[in-house]
Design a protein around this ligand. Structure first.
Ligand SMILES: [Fe+2]
Length: 237
């Protein structure tokens, strides 16, 4: 196992609020550009831009119009690929009301889903199933570490038994010993894992994300580390 690695600039951030003025991410174009530069310095070459989307607040088309405007306003540095997508809140009725394919991670059959902050239950399980069944998409569960207290092992097993589901772990969470334990639990279960910074601004979660990535590089085999950091499971081109 390689204990010290140099960042090679190939990582993919699976969850990032990098677009300006669209949600609780950067307020200005300059703040977005600073965040982009910082992420590049940490080894990222691709960022999946995931502004919050709530289906009961606006249509997917209206959201996409705002997102396109925000995306076009930023002059992203050369060498950084930014893919406009969404962090879609899972609420009752979502899978009937919304054409989720419009919000998927571009070029993939995956979509970033934010679970409700409540105990994992059958209803949530059914909505996740409907995402796959009726929209042909596999959910990527955003910042899964946030829900640990709502899950028991049966809950995790239920999700893990659903083929193709992906767990997104926040890079900053790996700076904490307790959260590293959760990562290892899922990793040993054989879960599909990707990392995201869930960064909103340069001064929010970014430093701890860098620490978390460093910790991760020492926790697992180098090929596995690269696989997770490059988000291979998403099947991006
Ligand atoms: Fe987020």
């Amino acid at each position: 196992m390689n204990k010290s690695r140099v960042f090679q600039g190939s990582y993919t951030d699976a969850h990032c609020h990098i677009l300006p003025g669209i949600d609780d991410g950067p307020k200005t174009v300059e703040d977005s550009e600073k965040l982009a530069q910082k992420l590049i310095s940490m080894g990222f070459a691709r960022i999946i831009a995931t502004p919050h989307y709530y289906f009961y607040k606006e249509t997917a088309d209206s959201f996409i119009r705002r997102r396109t405007e925000a995306f076009k306003s930023v002059n992203f540095p050369k060498g950084l690929s930014v893919l406009p997508s969404a962090e879609v809140a899972l609420e009752s009725g979502l899978t009937r009301a919304c054409d989720l394919k419009k919000l998927a991670i571009p070029g993939t059959n995956k979509i970033l889903i934010e679970l409700p902050m409540k105990k994992y239950n059958q209803k949530i399980s059914e909505e996740l199933y409907s995402i796959k069944m009726y929209h042909g998409l596999y959910p990527v569960l955003a910042h899964i570490e946030r829900y640990d207290r709502f899950f028991d092992d049966d809950g995790y097993n239920d999700i893990l038994s659903a083929e193709g589901i992906v767990f997104q772990i926040s890079a900053f969470s790996l700076a904490s010993f307790r959260q590293r334990r959760l990562f290892m639990k899922l990793y040993k279960f054989g879960a599909n894992i990707v990392l995201g910074t869930d960064a909103h601004r340069i001064d929010f979660r970014v430093q701890d994300s860098a620490k978390g990535i460093k910790k991760l590089s020492k926790m697992i085999d180098s090929n596995e580390f690269e696989r997770i950091m490059n988000c291979d499971i998403l099947g991006l081109a």
